[in-house]
Write a protein that binds this ligand. Sequence first.
Ligand code: ATP
Ligand code: MG
Length: 590
Amino acid sequence: MRASQFTFATLKEIPSDADIVSSQLMIRAGLIRKLASGLYTWLPMGLRTLKKVQTIIREEMDAAGAQELLMPVTQPAELWQESGRFGAYGPELLRFQDRHQRDFVLGPTHEEVITDIARALLKSYKQLPVNYYQIQTKFRDEIRPRFGVMRSREFIMKDAYSFHVNPDSLQQTYDVMYRAYSNIFTRLGLDFRAVQADTGAIGGSASHEFQVLASSGEDDIVFSDTSDFAANIELAEAVTVDADQRALDRIEFGQGTQSKQDVATPDMPTCEQVAAHLDIPLSQTVKTLIVEGEPTEDGVPTLVALVLRGDHTLNEVKAEKLPQVKVPLTMASEAAMAAAGLHKGYIGVFGLPMPIIVDRSAAVLSDFVSGANRAGFHTTGVNWQRDAEVAAVADIRNVVEGDPSPDGQGTLRIRRGIEVGHIFQLGDKYSRALNVTVTGEDGKPVTPLMGCYGIGVTRIVAAAIEQNHDERGIIWNISTTGESIAPFDVVIVPMIKGKFKDAAQDPAMKLSEQLYATLQARGVDVLLDDRDERAGVKFADLELVGIPHRVVISDKNIHTDPAQTLYEYVNRRDGEKQLLTLAQLLEKLV
Ligand code: ATP
Ligand code: MG
């Protein structure tokens, strides 16, 4: 490609509404342009990168035995009514009507459509297992589209769906997908982790997220510093800090010696304020959160008290798994608390008119401090059992750095991650809802089990840039497999003297053309920067776009003996300049 014939849409100014560095750089480097909130055009420069990402994904999915197909973005609402998701999906699902007033949705995902296809195509166990995938546009009316293409409303996903006659077959394909995903993200040059994830309301048996480590990530990822344990914080089990009490079944309530005593804590509704006032560690206080419980059989609303150590935070996903707690988790209203005689900020653990569920780490405390159940007072010297009746002890907190790893090896660390992929054992949720059956080996009908496997194709580009950039612009990582998703791998910059009109006659231009032809013939993705611009302008653009290898050709290095002609080579990552012969240069670039 010749730069003079290619649209460089680079910008000097940082776009005012780009909220993270990858989105700023993608817009400034001319990879994308915003159309409206959560909607982006992929410009020619960006599309080159996006296509490289798609090629790697296709190659690995094909190698893993998956078959590519392409489903419509527009989906009839009846299918979503059949699965029960038409009502359940919420406002992220864009619903609309056609000219005949028939209901449709713009696909946020394709479980319904693929299951309908399976219902039509799959007749016998002999056709299974089978794994179908597509690379397709999705629409989700995200409540907060942000971070450019990282969380957009329209985005490209690779989604795959597999069908199986039994759980072993599902597990096998799941493992194959796990390996394919590891290959994909390795070839993409990303620093990623596969982490255990929550299976949520669908309740499948296994789920992993592939997370790119980056401080701008929206998820908290937990790892052991010694073993290979890694999980999303939503799922990571919190064990008590006391190593002797690690297993839940060995948790024993703390046994204290102090007696209960109320102390005045006026205008100190938080544990932090109380701990500072009493000069005790925050971990010696507890906080009581009142949430809505499952209504009684006659529909009467109930409340549940959740007790955590003062320095810990509630894990909502874990709390929602408690049978007593209403889903979605809802904090009790001020009115409901007042009706129960509770004073916000001063709620204790004794005499509460509702079941108390205590986090494991709070359960092992003794002689601790809680609210006194009267405004402006807290109570010291509180002990479980003696002072407070406990309905259940449960794991309901988020892990914190330094907690013991739940596999018993090492301690936990927490980093931010960007979810770029998700694999999931769905079970028969959709195949059962849509009545898919195939004839089993014994001649009887079987409902197939399903797996689903997603990759955020457009999000990957943003995640790659979050991980690799500097003050001059984007850096495209060269992966351990020697690949890159840079729009171009090499750029040749001829240093032309004088008027550009005579450029074709300029020795530097002639030699640049020769090198351009040589590299193209060898299959290198090369850009010839023949734009009529000052070298400084070109260099700034090329560094912003992040082309990994730059070759500058100038008269002063051209020799009558071609073997002695030197090429100035600059690597984008380290900026180091080298003068190389043609042989040395080709060695590096081809
Ligand atoms: P998130 O928790 O980030 O909202 P999700 O759980 O909704 O993700 P999935 O339904 O598993 O995502 O979709 C598969 C993949 O699609 C995700 O792993 C992610 O990489 C990508 N993805 C999801 N939502 C968006 C979005 N709004 N913009 C860009 N990519 C997205
Ligand atoms: Mg989502």
